[in-house]
Design a protein around this ligand. Structure first.
Ligand code: SAH
Length: 389
């Protein structure tokens, strides 16, 4: 077995089960390449953990086991998949929801690998070349542990020459329709990097619908397929969805239609969010609840946007068009943007405007997106509900 030797004094972090191995902590290694298994050892050559090489974030790989005798083979993945499956008994049995994550990377024991179940159609996402080297073992284990109708895969690493797509089973015709808390959504598992629905936001969507939508005028910017709008529209006075991408209009209309909401009864704008803010100001449009769930980075013509640098501008623009006693739902899925830093931006921005406000709810990932107790970035999703008085 190859080894990687830690710098002196660096072992405590890994003995405390930090799962991602930082390149800067390594003193030397045996010419490690993507997909290699290796022993992580301290500077006395004492074993700490077994890991694989898969470059992701600032890490060179992920810990798989703390047992030197553990063999990383199909049985290893089967054991983890069985554990992950039994922890999701609730999601297998509830009514009204048939899409959820069955295996969540480091939270379930293998960083760099996620598996979602969309009503029996499974989507594997590979986050590095390294984890992809275990494809045969992962697929064999998945097939023996999880009942499925079909399996698809997506490559989430750069320079992927291998295309994702269909892997096994009965290929459905896309879109398939999935259900989440009794709302229906179209899903594509074989069309670009996204699927049509971000399953990690299900509890936030439910909260929006249950507490902040009734008889309200809702604005949803960066709306993509309109998931927040569709859920809210079941109770709202009116929803407005705004997204830069042309495809968003048909996708959003499709989701409204699936839920017996006439798409023509709702507003959909194919527009840049900041341009829409200006448009709404010029036309005296006001909203009771504004949902902001942007990508971490975006580029529109020459303008770039980064959540970590520019979230204040999204909040300021929304304040101008928020009606009395309005609510902002502010989200980010950027793992490098901590909840503390995000709250800090929210507080600083609102304080500078002298507005009276209260953070009424702070939400994160649902239970099926199991996180790792010693790895903070695994709690990447942050959703803050702010009431502006
Ligand atoms: N909030 C969505 C997910 C957003 S995905 C949901 O709940 O499903 C990011 C979306 O932002 C993409 O659809 C992209 O087209 C859109 N987008 C990126 N930059 C934008 C901009 N400047 N203005 C409006 N939409 C933008």
């Amino acid at each position: 077995m190859k080894t990687a030797t830690l710098n002196r004094g660096k072992e405590t972090k890994y003995l405390n089960e930090y799962p991602l191995i930082d390149e800067d902590d390594i003193y030397s290694h045996d010419h490690l390449k993507e997909g290699d298994l290796f022993y992580l050892v301290n500077n006395q050559e004492q074993y700490i953990a077994t890991a694989y090489v898969g470059k992701q974030h600032k890490g060179i790989g992920w810990v798989l086991s703390y047992d030197k005798n553990e063999v990383i083979n199909t049985q290893f993945f089967e054991r983890l998949f069985e554990a992950a499956k039994s922890e999701r008994t609730y999601f297998y049995n509830i009514d009204g929801t048939n899409a959820f994550r069955v295996f969540n990377g480091e939270g379930d024991g293998v960083g760099g690998l996620t598996i979602d179940n969309y009503d029996g159609h499974f989507l594997i996402q590979w986050y590095s070349k390294g984890i992809y080297k275990f494809r045969y073992n992962v697929l064999s284990a998945l097939k023996s542990v999880f009942p499925y109708t079909s399996i698809y895969e997506k490559m989430r690493f750069k320079d992927a020459e291998i295309k994702g797509g269909f892997v096994d089973g009965d290929a459905p015709e896309f879109p398939i329709v999935i259900e989440e808390n009794y709302t229906f959504f179209n899903v594509h598992l074989d069309d670009g990097p996204m699927t049509g629905i971000f399953l990690d936001q299900k509890e936030v969507r439910k909260k929006l619908k249950d507490q902040y939508a009734e008889d309200k005028e809702i604005l949803n910017v960066f709306s993509y397929t309109g998931a927040f709008s569709v859920v809210a529209a079941e109770k709202a006075e009116m929803t407005t969805s705004v997204d830069l991408a042309n495809r968003s209009r048909t996708l959003t209309e499709g989701n409204f239609g699936l839920n017996s909401i006439d798409p023509k009864s709702q507003y959909i704008y194919v527009m840049d969010t900041f341009d829409f803010y200006n448009y709404a100001r010029r036309h005296d449009l006001f909203y009771d609840t504004i949902v902001i769930d942007p990508p971490s980075f975006s580029r529109n013509k020459k303008k770039t946007f980064s959540v970590q640098k520019d979230y204040d501008k999204l909040i300021l623009g929304a304040l101008d068009i928020l009606g009395p006693d309005g609510t902002l739902l502010l989200c980010t899925n950027n793992s490098a943007f901590s909840l503390k830093a995000f709250k800090n931006v929210v507080n600083t921005t609102l304080n500078a405007q002298n507005v009276d406000y209260e953070i009424v709810d702070v939400m994160g990932l649902p239970k099926d997106f199991k996180t790792h107790p010693h790895y903070k970035p695994s709690k990447y999703l942050k959703a803050i509900f702010v009431k502006i008085k």
